[in-house]
Design a protein. Structure first.
Length: 355
């Protein structure tokens, strides 16, 4: 019966398997291996997994949460020769990473913790430290572009330039100058995380009050958008949202209070969600401040998190629309052993793909 199933239907069946089961299926025969790699339409995709690594030090494992089963897995990272910091999913199971080394110049790499792939990208055209990094994948995830803006070079001199890596050319090229003010702010006040929508890359800056800096890739133009409740937010982050054509902003202002906004036409922010007071207090009281909170999101779900072992606050689509739920933090035994003390983490959302 299995040999008579069309390849696309067999691929649908394989899409429900865990990475371990899928790996065993792919080793059965060349036909199953080809079907397991069969491209599925977006409507057939399943919620991406939540992947987390320690924010500091050399991570030996990647901790992955399967949202369907609410089960954690431990993925060894011994195949990666350098400490890494997760930046963004690229597609085809790959994650863009920053090498967390003592070297002054930024160096980027790609990795797939499920299939144990690791690949260094070429060095930048101009060595620079602490720049902002942005990513735009193609619609079919067959290629991607990485943008590096600002940073410092030489004797701590600001670098008001932009360069881009195109996976089709496999090389970096200069993309011109950028406003000096934005270069400084992206270097000093911006985490490396970015989001993209409609051909524009956005970064959060936190100088005095939160604001958002955007770079329109096609026009080569820069602009700034003030964050909602900018001077009141204790913590804020940009995320992908339910609408793939828009970006979202998640922020917390006081005890247990947090909101989700989407950027609409005209650079206006629309409130689309609020953390229920009871869940917010439970999540917030563990640390006493929103300041340690981070967030990642996609069109499938949005995750608020802090450290390994603590509960994760998830906004996802349920039977009655989008709802907030608390998910148990990483725990377990055997391969899923976690450190005795909670440690800050960085995370991305990624479908488990074995390629």
């Amino acid at each position: 019966m299995w040999n008579e199933l069309p390849g696309d239907l067999l691929a649908q069946v394989f899409s429900y398997l865990s990475p371990a089961s899928l790996a065993r299926a792919m080793s059965a025969c060349t036909h199953w291996q080809a079907c397991a790699r069969y491209p599925l339409p977006a409507s057939a995709s399943h919620p991406p997994w939540f992947l987390a690594v320690p924010a500091r030090g050399s991570p030996h494992c990647c901790y992955a949460l399967d949202p369907a089963l609410q089960r954690w897995h431990c993925l060894p990272l011994r195949f990666i020769p350098h400490p890494i910091r997760l930046l963004a999913p690229v597609g085809a199971g790959l994650i863009l990473c920053k090498l967390a080394t003592t070297a002054c110049s930024l160096r980027l790499a790609l990795c797939n913790p499920f299939s144990k792939q690791f690949h260094l990208l070429p060095s930048l055209t101009k060595p620079r430290s602490n720049p902002a990094v942005g990513l735009i994948p193609s619609e079919d995830s067959s290629s991607f572009r990485v943008f590096v803006a600002g940073g410092t070079s030489g004797a701590c001199c600001d670098e008001p330039t932009l360069e881009v890596y195109d996976s089709r050319d496999r090389d970096w090229r200069s993309a011109g100058a950028m406003p000096v003010e934005f270069a400084v702010r992206l270097t000093v006040w911006t985490p490396n995380e970015s989001v993209h929508a409609g051909g524009t890359i956005y970064w959060m800056t936190s100088a005095r009050a939160y604001s958002v800096v955007g770079f329109d890739v096609e026009r080569g133009s820069w602009r700034e958008v003030r964050a909602p409740m900018a001077d009141r937010l204790e913590w804020a982050a940009l995320v992908q949202t339910r609408d793939a054509g828009r970006i979202g902003l998640v922020g917390g202002a006081c005890e247990g209070e947090a909101c989700v906004w989407e950027l609409t036409d005209g650079d206006e922010w629309a409130l689309v969600g609020e953390v229920p007071a009871e869940l917010g207090r439970r999540f917030w009281n563990r640390k006493g401040s929103w300041g340690a909170t981070r967030c990642v999101g996609s069109d499938k779900a949005l995750y608020l998190f802090r450290d390994l072992g603590s509960e994760v606050l998830v906004w996802r689509e349920g039977k009655r629309g989008w709802e907030w739920v608390l998910v148990q933090g990483c725990c377990g035994d055997g391969e899923a052993l976690i450190p005795k003390h909670n440690i800050p983490i960085r995370a991305v959302l990624l479908p488990p793909v074995l390629t």
